[in-house]
Write a protein of this length. Structure first.
Lengths: 296, 270
C-alpha cells in the first residue's frame, strides 16, 4: 500500500533523461497534452463499426423524438419560444451532440472509476503530469472525433427528412462551435467530479449511472429546458447541464443572437466550467491525501 | 428445441447464484434497484411534462398514453430482467470469455442470458407496472372478457417479441462485435416508440414497425383494441389477438439467427 501526492497545477513538465527540463516547460507540456488529445481522438477513431452503429442509433432516435415533438408542437405552437421547425432542429442538434457531449455515455469516467478501483490510478498519479488536464485533454480529443463522426450524419439525415431551421450565416455556426467547446469542458468537469467519488465509494458505477441519467434529463435531450413547466423548468435552466445542449442549440437556432446574448451564454458556460473544474481539483487533492489506494 | 425443462433449470441455477451474490451487499442492491426505478421513471416524467403543456398528443389523452407506456414498459421490463445480459455478447467474443460457455454442458444462449443476472432490473419492471396500474384506474374502459384476457397475453407476448429482438441483436454481434449500440435502436428505440401513440408517427414508420420489425404487436395493436381506438394503418381487428403467434414466429427466427451466429463463431484464440 502506498500514498501518493499530486503535483500542484503548473509544476507539470516533461521529464527527459530523468531530469526536469525547466526551459520550454510550457511548450513541452502543451505538446504533451496535444499528444494525449490526439490519442483520445485515435482511440475512438479505431472502432469504425461501433461508430457506424452509433450513428445509426442516433438517427433512429432522432426520428422517434422528432415525431413526438411534431405532435407536441402541433398542440402547442410556439412552446418554449420555438416554432415547429426550431423544435425539430433542436431534436437533431441533440442527437448530433449527444456523443460529443457524453450525454448518456460517461466515456473516460468509466475507465477512471475502474482504475481507481483496481489501483491503476496510482500509475496516473505517478506521471509527471496534471491528472485533471491529462483526462481533459483525452476527452477533448474524443469529443472532436465524435462531434464530426457522430454528429454530421444524423444532422444531415434530419435536414433531409424534416424542414429544419438551420442558419445560413457562417458566423452563427462559429458562435455555435465555441459554445460546443465550452459545453464539452463543462460535461467533462461534471463527469470528473462524479468519477472521483469512487475514491470514497470504491464502486463508482452506481454514481456514474445515476449522474449520467439525471444529466440526460437536465441536459434537455428528451425535452428542451425551455419547454419544461413551472419551477422544474426554472431550476433546470440554471443547473450546469443547461450549458451542454440548451446553450449551443439556442445559439444555432437564433433564440440567442447578437453579441450580448451570445456572450451571456458563454459566460454561463464558462462560469460553470470554472466552478466545476475547481471542485474537481479540490476533491482530487483531498482524495489523494486521505485515501489509501487499492491494491498491493 | 431439445430440452426446455433442462434449459430452464440451468438458467434458474445460474440466475440464483448471481442473485445470492447480489444480495450479499444489501444496501448496494437496494440502491441499485432504486436507481433503476428512478432512472426509468424519468422518461415517464418527460411524458408527464409534455401533457402538462398539452391536453392531448396525437389525439390521445394522458391516461391512454400512460396505458401504452405501462404495457410497453412491463413487457420490456420482463425481457430486460431475463435477457438483459445478452447485450454484452460482443464483449465476450472480444475478450474470449465466450469460449468458457461453449465447453460447458448447457445451452450457450441460456448461459449468456443468465450470466451476471441483474435482479436490480426489477426496478424497471416495477416502474412500468405502477404506471400501468395507475392508467387502469384513470381509464374508463368497457371491459369485456376478451379484453381482460388480452391484457396478460399482450404483456407476455410483448416480452417474447422484445426477447427475439434482443437475441437477434446479440446474434448480429457475432459478426460485428463492436456494433452493440445498433441494437439499442431496436430495443430502447422500440421501447420509446411504443410508449407513444402510433398516431404521432408517420404512416411509413408505423408500417415499418408493424410488418418489418413487428414491434407494433408488443402493445400498439392489442392495446388499441383494449382502448377501443382504430389503428392508424387500416388492418383487420382480429390482428389484435395475434401477438402470441407473432412472438412465436419472431422467436423462431431469432433462434435461427443465433444458431447461425454460434456456428460462425471463431474464437479470438491466442
Amino acid at each position: 500500500m502506498a500514498r501518493y501526492t499530486l503535483l500542484p497545477l503548473g509544476s507539470c513538465a516533461l521529464v527527459r533523461n530523468g531530469r526536469r527540463e525547466r526551459e520550454g516547460v510550457f511548450v513541452g507540456s502543451c505538446r504533451l497534452y496535444a499528444a494525449v488529445a490526439a490519442g483520445g481522438f485515435r482511440r475512438y477513431a479505431t472502432y469504425r463499426s461501433a461508430t457506424a452503429a452509433g450513428v445509426f442509433t442516433n438517427t433512429v432516435f432522432g426520428f422517434i423524438v422528432a415525431y413526438t415533438y411534431l405532435a407536441l408542437w402541433d398542440e402547442r405552437p410556439g412552446l418554449g419560444g420555438y416554432d415547429q421547425a426550431q423544435a425539430l432542429t433542436y431534436v437533431w442538434i441533440g442527437q448530433a451532440l449527444a456523443q460529443a457531449l457524453s450525454m448518456f455515455n460517461t466515456g473516460f469516467a468509466v475507465d477512471m472509476v475502474a482504475r481507481i478501483r483496481n489501483g491503476d490510478i496510482a500509475v496516473d498519479l505517478y506521471r509527471p503530469v496534471d491528472l485533471q488536464l491529462w483526462y481533459l485533454a483525452g476527452d477533448l480529443g474524443r469529443a472532436v472525433f465524435q462531434l464530426f463522426s457522430r454528429g454530421l450524419v444524423p444532422l444531415t439525415v434530419g435536414a433531409l427528412a424534416f424542414p429544419l431551421a438551420l442558419p445560413g450565416d457562417p458566423v452563427v455556426w462559429l458562435e455555435f462551435l465555441v459554445a460546443v467547446v465550452l459545453a464539452v469542458v463543462v460535461s467533462f468537469a461534471i463527469r470528473y467530479v462524479l468519477a472521483l467519488s469512487a475514491f470514497w465509494l470504491l464502486d463508482g458505477s452506481g454514481v456514474l449511472q445515476f449522474g449520467g441519467l439525471v444529466g440526460m434529463f437536465f441536459t434537455g435531450l428528451l425535452l428542451p429546458l425551455n419547454a419544461m413547466p413551472g419551477a422544474l423548468g426554472d431550476i433546470a435552466r440554471v443547473l450546469p447541464w443547461a450549458s451542454l445542449l440548451q446553450m449551443p442549440a439556442d445559439i444555432l437556432l437564433g433564440a440567442r443572437s447578437g453579441a450580448a446574448e451570445v456572450l451571456m451564454a458563454y459566460a454561463f458556460q464558462a462560469g460553470w466550467a470554472v466552478v466545476l473544474l475547481a471542485a474537481g481539483r479540490l476533491l482530487q487533492s483531498s482524495a489523494t491525501r486521505k485515501v489509501v489506494l487499492q491494491g498491493g | 428445441m431439445a430440452d426446455v425443462g433442462g434449459s430452464v433449470r440451468v438458467y434458474g441455477l445460474i440466475a440464483a447464484m448471481w442473485i445470492r451474490s447480489t444480495l450479499v451487499y444489501r444496501t448496494s442492491f437496494a440502491a441499485a434497484v432504486l436507481t433503476n426505478f428512478l432512472v426509468t421513471a424519468l422518461d415517464f416524467v418527460v411524458i408527464w411534462m409534455m401533457f402538462s403543456q398539452a391536453t392531448s398528443i396525437g389525439g390521445y389523452s394522458f391516461a391512454e398514453t400512460a396505458f401504452l407506456y405501462g404495457t410497453a414498459s412491463v413487457s420490456f421490463g420482463i425481457t430486460a430482467l431475463l435477457l438483459g445480459s445478452v447485450d454484452d455478447l460482443g464483449l465476450r467474443v472480444r475478450d474470449g470469455s465466450l469460449d468458457a460457455f461453449l465447453v460447458r454442458p448447457a445451452p450457450v444462449l441460456v448461459q449468456v442470458a443468465a450470466d451476471r443476472f441483474g435482479l436490480r432490473r426489477l426496478g424497471r419492471f416495477l416502474q412500468g407496472a405502477l404506471v400501468l396500474g395507475w392508467s387502469l384506474t384513470r381509464l374508463d374502459l368497457d371491459w369485456t372478457l376478451a379484453k381482460l384476457l388480452l391484457l396478460p397475453v399482450m404483456l407476455l407476448s410483448g416480452a417474447a417479441i422484445f426477447g427475439a429482438v434482443y437475441v437477434a441483436g446479440a446474434a448480429f454481434q457475432f459478426w460485428a462485435q463492436d456494433a452493440a449500440e445498433a441494437q439499442s435502436a431496436f430495443t430502447f428505440g422500440g421501447l420509446t416508440l411504443l410508449q407513444y401513440p402510433p398516431t404521432v408517427f408517420a404512416r411509413d414508420f408505423v408500417i415499418g414497425v408493424t410488418f418489418v420489425v413487428p414491434l407494433a404487436f408488443v402493445n400498439w395493436l392489442p392495446a388499441l383494441y383494449v382502448l377501443g381506438r382504430p389503428y392508424p394503418v387500416g388492418l383487420p381487428w382480429w390482428l389484435a389477438f395475434t401477438p402470441p403467434l407473432v412472438a412465436a414466429g419472431s422467436c423462431a427466427l431469432a433462434g435461427l439467427a443465433w444458431r447461425a451466429g454460434v456456428r460462425s463463431y471463431r474464437s479470438t484464440g491466442s
